[in-house]
Structures are given as structure tokens and as C-alpha cells.
Design a protein around this ligand. Structure first.
Ligand SMILES: [Fe+2]
Ligand SMILES: [Fe+2]
Length: 203
């Protein structure tokens, strides 16, 4: 099996759906619940922006170097994602500022529909990366070259940061995914691997 990227998409998909369920249950007449939904959305939004930035910088740049263009649409998606996230922020603002409870509930429903459409678009985006961009990277680069991309990142991370990353990701992954992450970390940071291994033993 070839070297794989995008294993963390399992976590991204779960995070998108967690926030969808939270917004679905939010009582838009209750300011505390609106604020809780907003915080959950903000946390997700930061993660999605960092994820897109990482892909543009680390993966799409590899395709640019080989004059491939299959990532152009996904890169447009990343820019569009920022616009969609901003639209949802504006809907939260409108809900908060609405004058009546009836108006809050109506706007809250619009917010839910807009957010759920965003999830649908984002799931398509993940699929495109997994089925179009990954095969192109595998066609143009060897496994050893692809493995170096994550190795550079892992070498810059402290053991605590590595453990924190694995604690977030592993509950969403199967043993094969977990083994792939652990092997990459062991190869990139052999001196710190025992520390990481010990800390994640309780996940
Ligand atoms: Fe992406
Ligand atoms: Fe992605």
C-alpha cells in the first residue's frame, strides 16, 4: 500500500458533524446556548483554516513543483471555505441581535441550514482530496519523498505537542491509521518516541 495523506479527515468529518448536531439542538431563544454553539463553531473554524493552510503549504506546493494542476479546484474550495465560515459568523451575529424570540428562532433555522450545506460541501472537498489529489501525489513522488513531508512537521513538534495531536485524532481512527501515525513519529523522532508511546498508552 502506498504512503497515505488525509487520515486526519476522519477527525475533520466527525468534528463537522459534532457541530452540526450541536447547532441542530440549540435553543435560539436562549443566549447561553447560542454562545455555546458559537464557541463550538469558532473552535471548528480555526481547525479548518489551519488544516487548509497546511494542505496549501505542504501538499499543493509539491504538485506546483511538478507542474500539476489537479489541486487548483481544492485550493479554490479553501478560499470559498473562508467565505462560508464568515457567512455563518454573520448569521450568529444576526441571531444574537434579533429583536424577538420568533425572529431568533427563524434566523437560527437559517443558520442551521447554511451550516449543514457547508458540511455537505466540505465532505465533497475531503473526498476530492482523497480521490484526486492523493493519487496524483503518489504518481509524482515516491513513498520516501511523501513521508518526508510529515517528518519535517513532526521534527518541529515537542513530545507534548505530538501526544496532544494523537489524543485528538486517535479516537476517530482504526488500528491501521494509528500504526501509520506512530511509525511516522517513531521514524521522525526516534529519541522522543518512548515518551510519546508511554503517554498515549491510556487513549
Ligand atoms: Fe482541504
Ligand atoms: Fe483536507
Amino acid at each position: 500500500m502506498r504512503y497515505q495523506f488525509y487520515r486526519e479527515h476522519k477527525y475533520v468529518s466527525a468534528a463537522l458533524n459534532d457541530v452540526e448536531r450541536k447547532i441542530a439542538r440549540t435553543d435560539f431563544m436562549n443566549p447561553i446556548e447560542i454562545q455555546e454553539a458559537y464557541y463550538a463553531f469558532q473552535g471548528l473554524s480555526e481547525m479548518l483554516k489551519a488544516h487548509a493552510h497546511y494542505e496549501n503549504e505542504k501538499l499543493h506546493s509539491l504538485l506546483e513543483k511538478k507542474h500539476s494542476h489537479v489541486h487548483k479546484h481544492a485550493e479554490q474550495d479553501h478560499a470559498h471555505q473562508d467565505e462560508q465560515l464568515e457567512e455563518i459568523v454573520q448569521l450568529f451575529e444576526q441571531v444574537k441581535q434579533a429583536g424577538s424570540e420568533e425572529e431568533k428562532v427563524a434566523l437560527g433555522y437559517q443558520l442551521y441550514l447554511t451550516y449543514r450545506k457547508f458540511v455537505a460541501d466540505n465532505l465533497h472537498h475531503l473526498h476530492e482530496e482523497e480521490t484526486l489529489i492523493l493519487p496524483e501525489l503518489q504518481r509524482l513522488y515516491s513513498d520516501a519523498e511523501l513521508k518526508q513531508v510529515e517528518a519535517v512537521t513532526y521534527r518541529m513538534m515537542t513530545p507534548d505537542q505530538l501526544v496532544e495531536m494523537l489524543q485528538v485524532l486517535f479516537p476517530h481512527m482504526n488500528p491501521s491509521d494509528q500504526k501509520a501515525f506512530l511509525t511516522d513519529i517513531q521514524d521522525a523522532q526516534p529519541n522522543h518516541f518512548a515518551e510519546v508511546w508511554k503517554a498515549i498508552g491510556s487513549i
